[in-house]
Design a protein around this ligand. Structure first.
Ligand code: ADP
Ligand code: MG
Length: 703
């Protein structure tokens, strides 16, 4: 018998929603909260006390014993420190659970161990967390009990951002202000803000937990550092959208339930291209909530996997030779009176506004391609971007055939007088077509694709926070809007000025538009000819944060200070070096203590066989051949292992973070690949029974 699920009742049951606040707060207090959520501002201490009490009562009724300021330090994941609601007992030993407004609004975790890139000298180690009132509090339930989680921003005492949320919120303010200037120019006087919406499609792998626990590389690095390909890969294309197996289905069902309770609109689920790879997408929502929710999705994916004897791998490239995982970041801009700025619209006025917005986005992406590339880089994503699989490391925009043609006409003649596929179009007179239909000719190889009424940024890594990509998107587009508004607000003849500006921007930045195959070598050459940057790795991308151009952009809109940017660049180098160091040490450990001993033992048994066969007077040439071949690979592996050990040793003598990161990329990583090659060959040669690790076949096909 199948239990009937009441999804409507379940949805948001663990969230302190506006609805619950409305029920539980005095009207005036609710109004104040709502106003701050909509328009910004700060809660008064008295109001904060009332909200805190209501929140605590609700949490306790639902079993909560603790609260935490839930924040997103620069580790890319979330952090929490639990405090019980318990207070000092009275004389009679009775204790009342309490939670004050002050505790709700501000926390002071001892944060000296989070990455700060030197921003927080140890004498002022205590950064503070502040409630992001626009993101609702929620209850997290695990073995520790029920915890009230308050989404917070995390700053140093001087107010420098130490997290992913603070700059995102700043960027949302910037784009709202600048986008409002644009819609005002087109006569929209009702809108009071413009909000970026985000829908992230999350890819992930599931493997059997028992097998996972037998591999140090999966445990320490989240990816396989050795592993010969299975006889079958993804070539039959039988996994993508395939029937979901029972065990995985049970996992997905549980995952959905958990997410719905947390107010996450888990919507789409399917098998992905690689065996054992899957995807979940929620419905899009306000950028900062989408960022919080994506963190919850990732955490919940991992948590629920344990219950099913599975482990969820969020790494961008857990297995060589099959597709890795990414996160498509769908992004659009909407006014609070219901206009999507990325929707071509139905009237000539809307069309022109759309073309202006498009021209600004082309300008933004072309001008700051390096920043956008940087925002999608993390250590794992180096295996995808610009490596053997897409999207490429080169930023370009896909517009679709029709829209690209409109841009071309505007550039060539200043008019878009006709439409591909019949239809007549005169900008300013008639209307642009329904591009949603055009978006059906999807180009999966483009890193930044227009898909009807949104852009889909496809470079983002599966394990990474989507905080940075959205901060950068908001920032660069805010800048382009600002420059456009500066000019258009002063124009005597608006129609003429907007026409000229669209033409100018599109002409100047047309090079960023590319509709062809992004995976091809021809595109790499063509992009080079166009002068587009091709930044191949995370460490090479990091310095784009601190170019003069970037600093000017971020300081102008109050999103990052120069010091904050420098500290972030520093953290990226540190993170890279530390991560590769862990991978290298794991490889050394596995090679030395598991793989080489197993192979040596096997060569001994082969040698014994050779002797026995010879003694019996038979021909032992086959056995000798195999033994020789294995021994040769063993020797190569041993030499590569020694080199890797030397490189890791050398790394420990390098002080400068940037130099160290480059050393890990150019020297250590290369030495790791040199060790992997002979080991993977050995795996294909020795008896299956003696190989000490679960194989690719066992990991990705036997789930
Ligand atoms: P797919 O790309 O797999 O075909 P869709 O493009 O329909 O799927 O949707 C992917 C994601 O984009 C979903 O999270 C969806 O909610 C989100 N999305 C849809 N419309 C918008 C929009 N206007 N702004 C931002 N995200 C959107
Ligand atoms: Mg999509």
């Amino acid at each position: 018998m199948c239990d009937v699920m009441n999804v409507e009742e379940m949805f948001g049951s663990k969230v302190f929603t506006l609805g619950k606040m409305k029920e539980r707060l005095p009207k005036s207090v609710y109004k104040e909260v709502k106003k701050i959520i909509d328009q910004g501002g700060e809660l008064s201490p008295a109001t904060a006390d009332v909200v805190a009490k209501a929140m605590k009562d609700w949490a306790v009724e639902n079993g909560a014993t603790h609260y935490t300021h839930w924040f997103q330090p620069l580790t890319g994941i979330t952090a929490e420190k639990h405090d019980a609601f318990v207070t000092h007992p009275d004389e009679e030993g009775k204790m009342l659970l309490e939670f004050s407004g002050k505790e709700l609004i501000k926390g002071e975790p001892d944060a000296s161990s989070f990455p700060s890139g030197g921003l927080r000298a140890t004498f002022e180690a205590r950064g503070y967390t502040a409630w992001d009132i626009t993101s609702p509090a929620f209850l997290k339930e695990d073995a520790t009990g029920v915890i009230l989680c308050i989404p917070t921003a995390f700053c140093s005492y001087k107010g420098e951002a130490l997290d992913k949320k603070t700059p995102l919120l700043r960027s949302m303010e910037a784009i709202s202000e600048q986008a409002l200037r644009i819609v005002r120019l087109f006569g929209n006087t009702e809108a009071t803000k413009v909000v970026p919406s985000v829908g992230p499609e999350q890819e992930y792998f599931l493997v059997d937990r028992e097998k996972y626990l037998k591999r140090d590389d999966l445990i320490f690095a989240g990816r396989t550092l050795f592993g010969a390909p299975a006889p079958k890969g993804q070539e039959l294309e039988d996994h993508y959208f395939g029937t979901i197996r029972e065990r995985i289905g049970a996992y997905m069902k549980d995952l959905n339930i958990e997410l719905w309770k947390l107010g996450v609109t888990a919507k789409t689920q399917h098998n992905e291209v690689a065996p054992a790879q899957h995807e979940l997408a929620p419905i899009y929502e306000t950028a900062n909530i989408a960022v919080d929710h994506n963190q919850l999705v990732m955490e919940t994916m991992k948590k629920v996997a344990g219950r099913h004897g599975l482990t969820c791998l969020l790494h961008e490239k857990p297995f060589a030779g099959v597709n890795g995982s990414g996160k498509h970041n769908n992004w659009s801009l909407g006014t609070d009176n219901g206009v999507n700025l990325l929707d071509p619209g139905d009237t000539p006025n809307e069309n022109i506004q759309f073309l202006l917005v498009l021209a600004c986005i082309m300008k933004a992406v072309d001008t700051h391609a390096d920043l956008l590339r940087q925002s999608a880089s993390d250590v794992g994503n180096d295996h995808r971007l610009g490596a053997n699989e897409a999207p490429p490391a080169i930023i370009s925009i896909f517009l679709g055939e029709q829209l690209e043609d409109v841009v071309k006409q505007l550039v060539e003649t200043g008019e878009a007088a006709h439409l591909i596929e019949g239809g007549k179009l005169e900008t300013g007179v008639s209307t642009l077509p329904d591009f949603e239909k055009d978006a059906t000719d999807r180009n999966r190889t483009s890193p930044f694709a227009f898909t009807g009424n949104k852009f889909e940024f496809r470079m983002v890594g599966s394990a990474d926070s989507i905080g940075s990509p959205n901060t950068i998107l908001n920032a660069i587009v805010a800048e382009a809007f600002c420059e456009a508004a500066d000019r258009l607000e002063k124009a005597d003849n608006f129609d003429m000025a907007v026409h000229d500006l669209i033409k100018e921007y599109m002409t100047k930045h047309q090079r960023i538009v590319f509709n062809g195959d992004g995976y091809s070598d021809a595109w790499v050459k063509e992009a080079e000819r166009r002068g587009l940057p091709n930044i191949k790795s995370m460490v090479e991308a990091s310095s784009s944060l601190t170019t003069e151009k970037s600093i000017a952009l971020f300081e102008k809109f109050g999103i990052f200070t120069k010091v904050e940017l420098e500290s972030r660049e520093e953290i990226l180098y540190e993170t890279y070096a530390k991560t590769i160091n862990i991978e290298a040490l794991t490889m050394i450990e596995m090679a030395k203590k598991q793989i080489l001993p197993a192979v040596m033992k096997y060569t001994k048994s082969l040698a014994d066989t050779v002797i026995a066969v010879k003694e019996a007077g038979a021909d032992a040439s086959v056995q000798i051949g195999v033994l020789n071949e294995i021994s040769a690979n063993l020797a190569q592996a041993k030499a590569a292992l020694t080199t890797l050990e030397e490189k890791v040793e050398k790394a420990s003598t390098i002080q400068n973070a940037k130099e160290l990161a480059f050393f890990f990329k150019d020297e250590v990583f290369t030495a790791m690949e040199a060790l992997r090659a002979p080991v993977d060959t050995l795996e294909t040669m020795v008896d299956r029974k003696v190989w000490p690790l679960p194989t690719y076949a066992e990991l990705i096909f036997e789930v």
